[in-house]
Design a protein around this ligand. Sequence first.
Ligand code: HAM
Length: 429
Amino acid sequence: MSKSLQAIRGMNDILPEQTPLWRYFEGTVARLLDNYGYKQIRMPIVEFTELFKRSIGEVTDIVEKEMYTFEDRNGDSLTLRPEGTAACVRAVLEHGITGGGQVQKLWYIGPMFRHERPQKGRYRQFHQIGLEVFNLDGPDIDAELIIMTWRLWGELGIRDAVKLELNSLGTSESRGRYREALVEYLSAHHDKLDEDSQRRLKTNPLRVLDTKNADTQAVLVDAPKMADYLDDESRAHFEGLKARLDAVGIPYVLNPKLVRGLDYYSKTVFEWVTDKLGAQGTVCAGGRYDGLVEQMGGKPTPGVGFAMGIERLVLMLETLEQIPQEIARQVDVYLCAFGEEAELAGLALAERVRNELPNLRLQVNAGAGSFKSQFKKADKSGALYALILGDDEMAQQVVGFKPLRGQGEQQSIAWDALAAHLATCVVQG
Ligand code: HAM
């Protein structure tokens, strides 16, 4: 196929054999979020470029080199969203739903776009489920976000494979003081820093802390520590969070170098990481952003949130073989009908059954075919039972009921009794 007719590198089709696992994952998260009192919000995929520059930060990797930005026909600069927080803040401000201190607990799901170098677990179009909470400034809500994800890992059977890393970035004042001390220290060791860190020292010095370069890492060993510059309020907030995680029994690792790649964070930041996926090990990440709403033109409004990468979590479920049996089967019952008269009766019968059992996954054979070929299709569909309508069954107003997975012999069931019979033998999803 010519290249122009192929999908764009790093942007993937999610094929029919993969979607059951995606839907299981998304459904599990959505149910959990409902249960904790979060409401879904849906934002556009495209926003004005300025929104992302102002919120994520001009000198972040995302804004400097990863955004899909283009001019539309009006000459406006638009960007495919690289993340959800900026648009969510824009939406709550635009609709005034955080005014007067109103608490909002919101979640969203959808594709995000970043022009990164594609590899396993890192794509140019990827999907996030994210959430944002507005107007709650205590550590209790930070703890709730983490407790909720901990429960999710438990439900998905991947709790033992993830680790929580925590840090506090303090308020913008305390971070400012720390930044000065860090710049002074790093400037004194300028020649030993790698090129990228030398550049970041000028533009975004805190990002030097998460360098992968061994020489720069060696320089950082004796660098000033962020924790020593935390203001009292941030320190108390962080202690409050840790006490709550301890109370629920959630293990964590303090990582003083965790700074995150987006500029809007303050106080709490966290990442759930795994060593099961190779280099792209962060499956869920977020933190507090108490200054962002104001920076975007709103009243001071505390905020906290996180986002998880669906591709990475689906990969985890596959890698750890935590795929529930039930999701593989998409058909409960497959109806085969032979001859025109049987086909018409079969259609009507199927609709009657669906009226009574709306959750039954009943597939009616389409495309006619011989007894053998319809049976083959029934088997391949993964159905537990085949229903058979041929001349004999038509004459007696019954349907042949045949277990396909070795649960007993074929029997005849009267049309009127079919729904009741199916209700007893198929556990409906
Ligand atoms: P982020 O750390 O940029 O944070 O992304 C969150 C998660 O999205 C990552 O931990 C990862 O699982 C997934 N992810 C990011 N980039 C890619 C990629 N190229 N391919 C596959 N998965 C990826 C944010 O986006 C913040 N908006 C999170 C947040 C919400 N903070 C506060 N509220």
